[in-house]
Design a binder for this molecule. Structure first.
Ligand code: GAR
Length: 195
């Protein structure tokens, strides 16, 4: 059976992207990861994840948003790059750009994001600090479909971790991130098995 293509968008370290690339390569991953990572695209040329993907033989593209006059122009160039790889799913993994409604509509139903909180709590930035300040006993991460409402599309999966009394935002972020590396491949495998 021909594997479906995934395109992953990143802006930084790309550790979630790495977890997905590695899961996709293990044919036996829960026996049903029917996809390959066709390309990794970053809006920052110096994103460490981009160099890692290139070192793994994955096609990479850097598209600097600062070179475009408007969000619409950037998103049009991004869509052209993405479409060149014919993705079944477009996977946002630490991609720190707000996308235009036109771009979101183009990939409606096949674009996912991972957000470092238990949505619908704490959309937006500084999620770990906000969870600690709110006195939450639990925090976590959410994989959701992307809609025009920031961080609020339908939820596909969540991972929960405890918030410890001694937690700093950095310590909590690390605990959440390690669970994201299990959550995102699992949600993708589940979705792909139904496509
Ligand atoms: C992840 O924790 C992800 O949930 C978060 O950025 C981190 C990226 O790490 N995403 C967002 O904050 C999106 N608003 P990574 O580059 O190592 O995968």
């Amino acid at each position: 059976m021909k594997k479906q293509n995934l395109v992953i968008l990143i802006s930084g370290a790309g550790s979630n992207m790495q977890a997905i690339v590695q899961a996709a390569r293990r044919d036996d991953w829960e026996g049903r990861f029917g996809a390959r990572v066709a390309a990794v695209i970053s809006n920052r040329a110096d994103a460490p994840g981009l160099a890692w993907a290139a070192s793994q033989g994955v096609a990479t593209h850097a598209l600097d948003h600062r070179a475009y006059a408007s969000r619409e122009d950037f998103d049009a160039a991004l869509a052209a790059l993405v479409d060149g790889h014919d993705p079944a799913l477009l996977v946002l993994a630490g991609f720190m750009r707000i996308l235009t409604p036109g771009f979101v509509g183009r990939y409606e139903g096949r674009m996912l994001n991972i957000h470092p909180s238990l949505l619908p709590a704490f959309p937006g930035l500084h999620t770990h600090r906000r969870a600690i300040e709110a006195g939450c006993a639990f925090a976590g991460s959410t994989v959701h479909r992307v809609t025009t409402e920031l961080d609020l599309g339908p939820i596909l999966g969540q991972a929960v971790v405890p918030v410890l009394p001694s937690d700093t935002p950095e310590a909590l972020a690390a605990r959440v991130l390690s669970q994201e590396h299990l959550l995102y491949p699992r949600v993708l495998a589940d979705l792909l098995s139904k496509m």
